[in-house]
Design a protein. Structure first.
Length: 182
């Protein structure tokens, strides 16, 4: 596996934010990565505690994968503690990856495994809210059952309130009507 140089990472970032055309990748010997290669290099950057490079690579190259591979990548890395992109990933499960019941146990696990940088209440509950909304966006009835179970089993009052609120909205309006009427 080949790691990217600092210059290559800067080029990837500039292409991602549209400051350079994608042809700059080829010109600088940067190949698009498939799922397996992308996962290997992301794991390598995490092992090296290089979170900035992780996020640059993750956000750019994950967009180049097909939707199922991209979802698999998000499923893996929302549970990884060693980066700072959890909130964006949780939001993606609400808006993009919202048609897969396999996401529900992953999101519940993410809820129980809050990253250290989000542990302060001011950061924790906005993240928790995103996860709970993402659970509610998954197919029914599985999402409703998961929210009911979460509300009944948690000792955290705020999580219980958020789960019950989401459950009420989803039961009242249904899965997609809630999104339309927000």
């Amino acid at each position: 596996m080949k790691a990217y140089t600092k210059e290559q990472l800067e080029i990837i970032e500039k292409v991602f934010i549209k400051r350079l055309p994608e042809s700059a990748l080829i010109k600088n010997d940067i190949k698009l990565l498939g799922y397996k290669e992308l996962q290997e290099i992301l794991d390598w950057y995490i092992a090296k505690n290089d979170y900035i490079s992780f996020e640059t690579i993750f956000w750019f190259f994950s967009l180049k994968l097909d939707i199922k591979e991209r979802e698999k990548l998000y499923q893996k890395y929302i549970l990884e503690q060693s980066h700072y992109a959890h909130e964006e990933m949780a939001s993606a499960f609400q808006t993009i990856f919202n048609n897969n019941t396999e996401n529900i146990p992953i999101l519940l696990k993410a809820l129980k495994n809050i990253p250290e940088y989000l542990e302060d209440d001011d950061f924790k509950y906005p993240y928790v809210r995103k996860i709970i909304y993402a659970i509610g966006a998954q197919p029914q009835p599985e999402s409703l059952l998961a929210l009911e179970k979460l509300a009944s089993e948690t000792n955290d009052i705020k999580i219980k309130e958020l789960a019950l609120h989401q459950l009420e909205k989803r039961k009242e309006l249904g899965r997609w009507e809630y999104e339309k009427n927000r």
